[in-house]
Design a protein around this ligand. Structure first.
Ligand code: NCD
Length: 306
């Protein structure tokens, strides 16, 4: 089979070339049409995808499963809570045994930093990262980019604001990597204690929405990742909403036609007001969520499809 993208796993955004990203987004657009017209090629027929989720997931897990099933593939789940890890088996030993069953791909969400790259070093099949620790969530960034291109016609030359808990967000990390690779400008807006430690080129940090939203085409508020921080630095919900909550009035600092994305789960009344989340024109959050299926179909198809 000719290789369709230059990587054989999807653990991080960095190894993808801009051409790879466009190949994935174009394939996702093809699958979005195919889903609508019910003309889906069963390119995963006969393939078995192993899933492992050690952290909570609703959208990512269900959209990956839907993607596999729509492409005619089958799923096998490694349920860590009832696996032999509870009987003292090492993670590495379990991996070696499951690798022996020869799954065609593995989709994994893991609480440990960089676990997908470790797993990819053991498994013979492609490994797809569905989010690890606060490090990376590449398919989320791809579906966000797909939604931006779908709504705005382009990614390059756009200005995207990401607001909120940038210090603990794998969504922010993968989005910054992907958007800057594709020629977008990124404004990161957060209180000082939630700002990221490293900043790539093309990224500017602000500590107020008033300043940071100016000239933005896309605004993406993020949930405070309370489960990833020390209790002493968790902001008070009401005070946070007062300073950083996205209301329609604040959205008016961005371009008049700016759209709002959110990876979800949304904490309404904390990082986003109901009036923004439910705005029929400005909010594309549910459309973005639905795009998780064709984008994940594209990734699976390009890595293991017939
Ligand atoms: C995100 C995640 O798990 O990183 N959710 C998702 O995958 N859509 C964001 C979050 O949990 O806040």
């Amino acid at each position: 089979m000719t290789q369709k993208i230059s990587v054989s796993d999807l653990c991080d955004i960095a190894p993808l070339t801009p051409h790879d990203v466009l190949t994935i987004l174009d394939r996702a657009a093809f699958f979005k049409d195919a889903l609508k017209n019910r003309t889906i090629p069963k390119t995963l027929a006969g393939k078995v995808v192993l899933t492992l989720f050690t952290e909570n997931s609703t959208r990512t897990r269900n959209s990956f499963e839907m993607a596999v099933l729509r492409l005619g593939g089958s799923l096998m789940n490694w349920d860590e809570k009832i696996s032999s890890a509870q009987k003292g088996e090492t993670f590495s030993d379990t991996l070696h045994f499951l690798n022996g069953y020869q799954p065609d791909a593995m989709v994994m969400r893991h609480h440990e930093y960089n676990a997908p790259n470790y797993v990819a070093g053991i498994m013979d099949c492609p490994v797809i990262n569905a989010g690890d620790s606060y490090r990376e969530h590449p398919t989320q960034a791809l579906l966000d980019a797909f939604t931006i291109r779908e709504c705005k016609g382009r990614i390059d030359g756009s200005t995207v604001a990401i607001v909120g808990d940038l210090a603990h967000s794998r969504v922010a990390n993968s989005n910054v990597a992907l958007l800057t690779k594709m020629g977008a400008r990124v404004h990161l807006i957060a209180p000082e204690n939630l700002q990221p430690q490293k900043l790539p080129d093309g990224v500017v940090v602000f500590d107020t929405l008033e300043e940071g939203l100016k000239g933005c085409d896309v605004v993406m508020p993020l949930r405070i990742q309370k489960e990833r921080m020390d209790a002493s630095v968790i902001p008070n919900d009401t005070a946070y909403f007062h300073a950083y909550g996205l209301t329609l009035e604040r959205l008016s600092y961005a371009k008049a036609d700016a759209i709002v994305l959110h990876p979800a789960p949304m904490n309404r009344g904390v990082e986003i007001a109901d009036e923004v989340a439910d705005d029929p024109v400005r909010s594309v959050i549910f459309q973005q969520g639905a795009n998780g299926v064709p984008v994940r179909m594209a990734v699976l198809d390009l890595l293991i499809g017939a």
